[in-house]
Design a protein around this ligand. Structure first.
Ligand code: AMP
Length: 270
């Protein structure tokens, strides 16, 4: 597995592969990789000849009070895992490559980025969109894969790529869960054993709410289960993330709740 460390080397690698007629997929990650990330790489490899994941802990998507400094870093293990799924290469840019001195440009968002995560983590999506736009333009893959685990983020990226005519197809990949239904997340590493027992209630409570078609009691149930604070648990139009209306074709229930240091998110179709 080739390790690519600069934007110029990434462009060179992509050009070489293009010359020999290869198609290319790209998988953005912040590292601390788990089966969810690996599933994106597997799906990429099933759709294109080569798949390039990147690992970049993107400081711009963390607010000052968030967990940038303590975000889990497991580079050696990450590289082993990527090798084990036959990733073609991994892109490991350093922060000077991505945000050189004097960097000021931001992707400004509206619409689907504004509710829910946009309200509770107001700097996050602009940080994500800025780095993803930059990475997509550096690589110019055929497709880029994102997890449905971050459902709203997937809609934000699709909107951005459409609005800016970035010539890359955005593919969503279903959420990978553990044996108890908990959506895998790098931040699950923050959970103690006791907190884990509470965390696995999240997907169960969402499933019940989705089956009943209403979020009415869900917040109360999360608090009763032991979550300390619920940012939201709500059924929305799956594409606009607004409350469903007459034009809504697909609905989705989405939630974010705190458990100790971890802020867990999850979502599923209704
Ligand atoms: P992150 O490293 O948390 O920024 O995530 C990188 C990519 O992996 C994003 O597209 C996430 O949506 C995706 N991802 C994270 N967890 C999962 C999961 N449990 N199942 C599927 N995709 C996931």
């Amino acid at each position: 597995m080739k390790q690519i460390e600069s934007p110029a080397a990434l462009r060179g690698f992509v050009q070489e592969n293009r010359k020999s007629g290869k198609t290319i997929s790209f998988v953005p990650t912040m590292g601390a990789l788990h089966e969810g990330h690996l599933e994106l790489v597997r799906e990429g490899l099933s759709r294109t000849d080569i798949c390039i994941p990147y690992i970049f802990l993107n400081s711009k998507q963390f607010a000052a009070n968030e967990d940038l400094a303590s975000y889990p870093k497991t580079l050696e293990g990450d590289l082993q895992k990527l090798k084990s799924v036959s990733a073609s290469a991994v892109y490991l840019p350093n922060s000077q490559d991505i945000y050189p001195d004097g960097f000021v440009t931001k992707v400004s968002l509206g619409g689907v980025a504004l509710p829910l995560e946009g309200e509770f983590r107001p700097v996050m999506f602009e940080g994500v969109a800025t780095v993803v736009a930059k990475m997509l333009l550096q690589c110019l893959p055929d497709i880029a894969l994102f997890g449905e685990k971050d459902w709203q983020q997937l809609q934000v990226i699709k909107q951005m790529v459409r609005d800016l005519d970035i010539p890359v197809d955005i593919i969503g990949v279903p959420t990978v869960r553990d044996e108890n239904g908990l959506a895998l997340s790098s931040r699950n590493a923050y959970l103690t054993k006791e907190q884990y027992a509470i965390a696995i209630q999240l997907n169960k409570i969402l499933k019940e709410a989705a089956a009943s078609g209403t979020e009415k009691d869900a917040a109360q149930k999360l608090l009763q289960a032991g979550f300390e604070k619920v940012d939201y648990v709500t059924i929305r139009d799956a594409v606009t993330l607004q409350p469903p209306d007459a034009k809504t074709k697909e609905r989705r229930i989405l939630a974010a709740a705190y458990l100790g240091r971890a802020r867990l998110i999850d979502n599923m179709p209704v």
